[in-house]
Design a protein around this ligand. Structure first.
Ligand SMILES: *[C@@H]1O[C@H](CO)[C@@H](O)[C@H](O)[C@H]1NC(C)=O
Ligand SMILES: *[C@@H]1O[C@H](CO)[C@@H](O)[C@H](O)[C@H]1NC(C)=O
Ligand SMILES: *[C@@H]1O[C@H](CO)[C@@H](O)[C@H](O)[C@H]1NC(C)=O
Length: 361
């Protein structure tokens, strides 16, 4: 997004006035599997805390996940790329309208790197693995078709395509944690910009929905140099879990770099581990005492907000987490929920370095 001339003029006239408030979002990658009761619990809790955006994924999911007994749904594509099962899209047709009633928009991640390496992998993982997926012309062609299919999907509740649904959708991203291990950064940055361009093409001039990356594995590899000069990217998303990456002065130089390149930043994934683990890496061990975890949530949320970067928590669940593996999750009304609720509420007291106000409900 380039600031409009009048906004630029206003900023020049009053350089110290920037009323953009920060805000918080959350993640729930399998939200398409929630029952009506579960999503009501989730949205009531999110709205009570003041969460503005819920980031969701389109990959198939089944069984009990993080203690949530979900209504399974298949992959958008199976057997062959382009062989569509729109169940996940129709689930979100309803969920996005429901979310709107709670003052919340969805952010749609069109695919996840995790699906390439899942057991079994999805069709892209089966055909291309996690390397050729980013370089094969055929794979890229199929993936552009996937982007077009998602954005031209019509929501029967409104008769609008998703590309036209800015009152329900905050942003689109091509892929969660694209090329997570980053064996080939040049291929990755090229792919990100091509796919961001494909999203922009499908948005067909609608600038009320943002285009974002889906983050990397930590701060530095979420913000590769080439992203800052890719015209089609509006937001560069950070994923960070190591405690050093939450330091205000570690994030700040990227804020300055983003501002001078007309990009916005969001800490799209971060969390405070339930377990007592080195550097918040979250291997299963003994639980951290509750007070320490609560103070981690508050401290790290405040540090990120103080850098001027809005953040999305990984993840807020409609149920208490079962603590069966690594977990950063907090359940509505569960352990540490009060601390997270107050951290979310606290974001409004921080000035953001990027003005998202016109994109939020
Ligand atoms: C959508 O279009 C169908 C078919 O034209 C029509 O029956 C329905 O009332 C429309 N729904 C909305 C929400 O406009
Ligand atoms: C903690 O994690 C961050 C980010 O993942 C990493 O850069 C840093 O080296 C780690 N620090 C330690 C002490 O392991
Ligand atoms: C949210 O913060 C405001 C002040 O910014 C405060 O008045 C309100 O009580 C807080 N709400 C909760 C639920 O913490």
């Amino acid at each position: 997004m380039r600031p409009s001339l009048s906004l630029a003029a206003a900023l020049l006239a009053a350089p110290l006035v920037n009323a953009a408030q920060s805000f918080a979002g959350s993640n729930l990658y399998y939200a398409a599997g929630l029952t009506d009761d579960q999503s009501t619990t989730l949205f009531q809790g999110l709205q009570g805390a003041g969460v503005k955006v819920l980031r969701v994924w389109l990959d198939g999911q089944s069984g009990k996940t993080k203690g949530t007994e979900i209504d399974s749904f298949p992959s958008l594509e199976s057997d062959n790329p382009g062989n569509w099962d729109d169940t996940v899209l129709t689930r979100y047709d309803d969920l996005m309208v429901k979310a709107n009633g709670y003052g919340i928009k969805l952010q749609i991640s069109i695919h996840s790197y995790n699906a390439l390496t899942a057991d079994p992998p999805d069709i892209y993982g089966q055909w291309y693995g996690k390397g050729d997926f980013y370089t094969s012309e055929d794979a890229m062609g199929y993936f552009k078709n996937r982007i077009a299919h998602v954005l031209e999907h019509v929501n029967p509740n409104t008769n609008k395509t998703w590309a036209e649904s800015s009152e329900y959708i905050f942003a689109f991203e091509a892929e969660n944690e694209a090329m997570h291990d980053q064996e080939n950064p040049d291929a990755l940055t090229n792919w990100q910009c091509i796919m961001a361009g494909a999203i922009k093409d499908s948005l067909n001039g609608n600038t009320d929905i943002l285009v974002t990356t889906g983050g990397g594995a930590w701060l530095d590899n979420s913000l590769l140099d080439a992203y800052f000069t890719c015209d089609s990217l509006d937001i560069l998303a950070i994923h960070a879990y190591g405690t050093g990456d939450f330091a205000t002065d570690k994030i700040q130089p990227y804020v300055t770099k983003a501002q001078s390149n007309n990009k916005k930043l969001i800490m799209q994934e971060w969390g405070a581990c339930y377990w007592d683990s080195e550097n918040n890496s979250c291997g299963k061990s003994s639980p951290l005492d509750e007070g320490t975890r609560e103070s981690n949530i508050k401290t790290w949320a405040d540090q990120i907000s103080a850098a001027g970067v809005p953040w999305f928590y990984w993840q807020i669940l409609p149920n208490e987490d079962t603590h069966s593996d690594w977990d950063y999750e907090v359940g509505i009304d569960g352990t540490a929920w009060g601390a997270l609720e107050s951290a979310v509420n606290g974001t409004a007291g921080y000035e953001a370095a990027f003005d998202f106000s016109s994109y939020l409900l």
